[in-house]
Design a protein around this ligand. Structure first.
Ligand code: ARG
Length: 407
């Protein structure tokens, strides 16, 4: 872990180049004054006192944010291997993966789905300074229909296996939202269609009725939390947008009507357009079921095309990777795909900073380089505006003013 600055210590970060994606500003030779974990000032004049952190040969930008991770999961434990995982093993995975994720430059993440509230325990341990990791929003168990993508469908009936977030009917789902919040959830996640990696579900099939989705969203919003829906198929996506979700995860087969609805309702899309390459190349060795590989072959390419269409339509697109399905710490691999499929490097960086901060309701906390916000900063060698892949090799990480990596 990095050095902890005492309350009176002032750090001056000398940035050779500073990129603030929110404003699209690129400035040379900037001095960022860091006090009490916050950015106190940004100036081209060198302040007279403070401990200098010399990043004069590097490009500095706000800490990256990922709207969709599973810190408690492992990339090599898919299919029936998932039966080995317990809330305890999930928590241990989380400790390891939170560290890896932070070191990769992701200073804030949203964990969408974990068993046994292992994600909540992890978030609280990070906040208490017990273990290093990113600032976390955590959902607890994902809410889903019986037999749906968010249920556990690997065992035959006599075992009566059921995932923690399973509920059917408007009042039952409201109760699940309340239960998740009772145990510490800071965001609500539900499954609105089948999925790739779940057994026996169909990607195109909607899960939950409009009535159930509306109940989840209404309850969550009334209690002050945002809602993320897992949805691949166009019907489930559109029903969820109409029900008022804040973000659609995957959004793989969103049709033009869905794009219009998203635009009208200000719904953010979080499209994990890298993970397909991992699933198709390494998924079988990682235990992914043949039926899931078959589903991925249908959905992967189309999702990238729909990402391009969504971007052209001017829809807010956050950076959501689904890391955990693939190896933690490789989150940034998705940037190159976002650029290949239509974003400028600046837009891709904005997606992973200010757009995601806005989605999280954290725009007053992080995601930008401006006074009063958390000192969440990363640095890379070279200019990511000309080579976005440089973000895969972050050499400096500061979170809340604490340096965790300085190579
Ligand atoms: N967790 C997701 C699911 O099982 C992963 C989808 C990955 N594929 C993709 N093309 N994004 O549905």
């Amino acid at each position: 872990m990095g050095e902890v600055a005492g309350d009176n210590d002032v750090i001056i970060v000398h940035a050779g180049r500073l990129i603030d994606p929110a404003t699209e500003r690129v400035l040379a030779d900037q001095y960022l004054t860091i006090e009490n974990g916050l950015i106190a000032a940004v100036s081209s004049n060198r302040p007279s006192s403070g401990t200098i952190v010399d990043l004069s040969e590097k490009t500095v930008l706000p800490g990256l944010m990922d709207a969709h991770v599973h810190l408690t999961s492992r990339h090599d434990q898919h299919g029936y291997r998932r039966l080995r995982s317990t809330p305890a093993s999930s928590a241990i995975n989380g400790v390891v993966n939170a560290h890896t994720t932070l070191m990769a430059g992701f200073t804030t993440v949203r964990n969408l789905g974990a068993q046994g509230y292992a994600d909540i325990a992890l978030r609280d341990a990070i906040n208490a300074g017990l273990v290093p990791g990113p600032r976390m929003l955590a959902s607890g168990p994902s809410i889903g229909i019986t037999g749906g993508h968010c249920d556990m469908n690997l065992l035959p009936a006599q075992y009566k296996a059921k995932a923690g977030g399973v509920a059917d009917g408007p009042w039952a789902v409201r109760a699940k939202v309340r239960e998740n919040i009772k145990y510490g959830a800071s965001v609500i996640k539900f499954c609105g269609t089948g999925g790739v990696l779940s057994k026996g579900t169909t990607i195109g099939a909607q899960q939950f009725t409009f009535e159930e989705m509306s109940a989840i969203v209404d309850e969550a919003h009334a209690l002050g939390l945002k809602v993320a829906v897992h949805a691949h198929g166009s019907d489930g996506i559109k029903t969820a947008i109409k029900a008022g979700v804040d973000s659609v995860e995957h959004a793989s087969l969103i049709d033009d009507e869905g794009l219009r609805l998203a635009k009208k309702n200000n719904t953010t899309l979080s499209m994990d357009i890298y993970v397909s390459d991992f699933i198709l190349a390494e998924g079988e060795a990682a235990g992914i079921l043949p039926e899931s590989l078959a589903k991925e072959r249908i959905v992967g390419r189309q999702q990238r095309e729909r990402f391009q269409a969504a971007h052209r339509a001017g829809i807010e697109i956050a950076f959501g990777s689904d890391a955990g399905v693939y190896r933690h710490g490789l989150n940034a691999r998705q940037f190159a795909y976002m650029v290949e499929w239509g974003m400028t490097p600046m837009e891709a960086m904005k997606a992973a900073t200010s757009v995601t901060a806005d989605l999280f309701g954290l725009s007053e906390v992080t995601g930008r380089v401006s006074p009063g916000l958390a000192a969440d900063l990363i640095a890379v060698d070279g200019d990511p505006l000309s080579d976005i892949r440089l973000l895969e090799g972050v050499t400096f990480v500061m979170k809340d003013g604490v340096i965790y990596k300085d190579e």
